[in-house]
Design a binder for this molecule. Structure first.
Ligand code: 5GP
Ligand code: ZN
Length: 123
């Protein structure tokens, strides 16, 4: 869509701090981070909201979730089981949908928000 900001980022018409790109998705740092780690995973295809996704998008959505885990690890906020049996790290992964879901950009995207206690600053 010509007036969509995330389509423009995917097309490199608007700069972003890119973390990952392949034929299907891009990931880049959120311009207004809510935590030490806050990036977005965005399909290159324009899908306005999660409610517009259907069975044909199942593979794409699964890919986005698996990528969230991989990139969170690369960004230093992986969930870890430690040798002493303790656990540490972790992150939020969320998709806002529609006005009541707090969605501002109407191009489907998965937030990954991590670092220390990300829920204190996250929506
Ligand atoms: P939503 O509320 O739609 O789930 O989240 C949209 C997110 O996109 C917000 O966290 C906002 O900071 C981010 N965002 C909006 N415009 C831009 C932009 O031009 N570049 C980047 N990197 N992030 C943006
Ligand atoms: Zn778009």
């Amino acid at each position: 869509m010509s007036d969509c900001i995330f389509c423009k980022i995917a097309a490199k018409q608007i700069p972003s701090k890119m973390l990952y790109e392949d034929d299907d998705v891009i990931a880049f740092h959120d311009i207004n981070p809510h935590a030490p780690v806050h990036f977005l995973i965005v399909p290159k295809q324009h899908i306005a909201t999660l409610s517009d996704a259907d069975d044909t998008h199942a593979g794409l959505l699964g890919k986005m979730m698996v990528l969230a885990s991989r990139l969170a690890k690369e960004q230093g906020c992986a969930y870890e089981r430690n040798a002493d049996g303790g656990i540490s790290g972790g992150y939020k992964s969320l998709i806002n949908t529609g006005p009541d879901g707090g969605q501002e950009v109407y191009h489907l995207h998965l937030h990954v928000i991590g670092g220390a206690h990300p829920w204190r600053g996250a929506r």
